[in-house]
Design a binder for this molecule. Structure first.
Ligand code: DGL
Length: 266
């Protein structure tokens, strides 16, 4: 069994390109339709109701493009909106929280996991809850890091200022001697070097982009939804600022982006 329809990927902006990249590495033959809400990013500082409303609009857009499944690549939208919209989508829906939590639980030996993300993601407590459903004896140390998204978008991934801010945010997690750190935001894989440097080599970084891509591959295979041929095309829809998306996006995706189109919110 196979299914040629595209995979839909949704993010608040361009961060979801880290997830797109991980998906591409595993599923080269799949067509991808990406929707980045660049007009309204960031979601990480917004309320639950607003994030749910924006997510609904994005999912409606993707459904109109006949996608066979949807990946909510945005940690903030996954944390705040996935449960609210799950029943409405009509195709399999995958977020980044559960895969990240599973990978972290499989990795930790000390049973001390750190989770970093946007203000909204951390306030939702969804990562800690997902981890505790798998193992209630794990201690979770959660830390919002709102300044990291703009630093990454500025390209400040290897600057002294970034090191200072990372140190300030992560100091309680280092003191707590976590052995696993969940990168609970699309932008943080680009800071892996600085984060690892501060936490030390004995702390494992869990990149939810990688784990989400692995689960997507399993899901498509199990349900007979893999695309028959390849290589898969990709189209990037954004709600604003296509030129900036193209420029910054190349850093997230690791290559140039083709076919960027600007659309309205709905
Ligand atoms: N995509 C968001 C996330 O993964 C980060 C950017 C935002 O705040 O919208 O949480």
């Amino acid at each position: 069994m196979s299914d040629p329809r595209p995979i839909g990927i949704f993010d608040s902006g361009l961060g979801g390109l880290t997830v797109t990249r991980a998906i591409r590495e595993r599923l080269a033959q799949e067509e991808i339709i990406y929707y980045g809400d660049t007009a309204r990013v960031p979601y990480g500082s917004k309320s639950r109701d607003t994030i749910i409303r924006f997510t609904r609009e994005a999912l409606r857009f993707l459904r109109e493009h006949e996608v066979k499944c949807v990946v909510i690549a945005c940690n903030t939208a996954s944390a705040l909106a996935l449960d609210a919209v799950r029943e409405e989508v009509g195709v399999p829906l995958l977020g980044v929280i559960e895969p990240g939590a599973r990978a972290a639980v499989a990795t930790t030996r000390a049973r001390k996991i750190g989770v970093i993300g946007t203000t909204a993601t951390i306030a939702s407590d969804v990562y800690a809850q997902a981890i505790h459903r798998l193992d209630p004896h794990i201690t979770v140390y959660s830390q919002p890091c709102p300044l990291l998204v703009p630093l990454v978008e500025e390209g400040w991934t290897d600057r002294e200022a970034t090191r200072l801010i990372v140190a300030e945010y992560l100091q309680p997690l280092r003191t707590a001697r976590i052995d696993t750190l969940v990168l609970g935001c699309t932008h943080y894989p680009l800071l892996a070097g600085v984060l690892q440097e501060y936490m030390g080599p004995e702390v494992a970084l869990v990149d939810s982009a990688q784990t989400c891509a692995a689960e997507l591959e399993e899901l498509l295979t199990a349900r007979g939804l893999r695309a028959p041929g390849g290589p898969g095309e990709e189209t990037f829809f954004v709600t604003d600022m296509a030129a900036r998306f193209a420029e910054l996006g190349a850093r997230f995706l690791g290559r140039r982006l083709q076919a960027i189109k600007v659309v309205g919110h709905e």
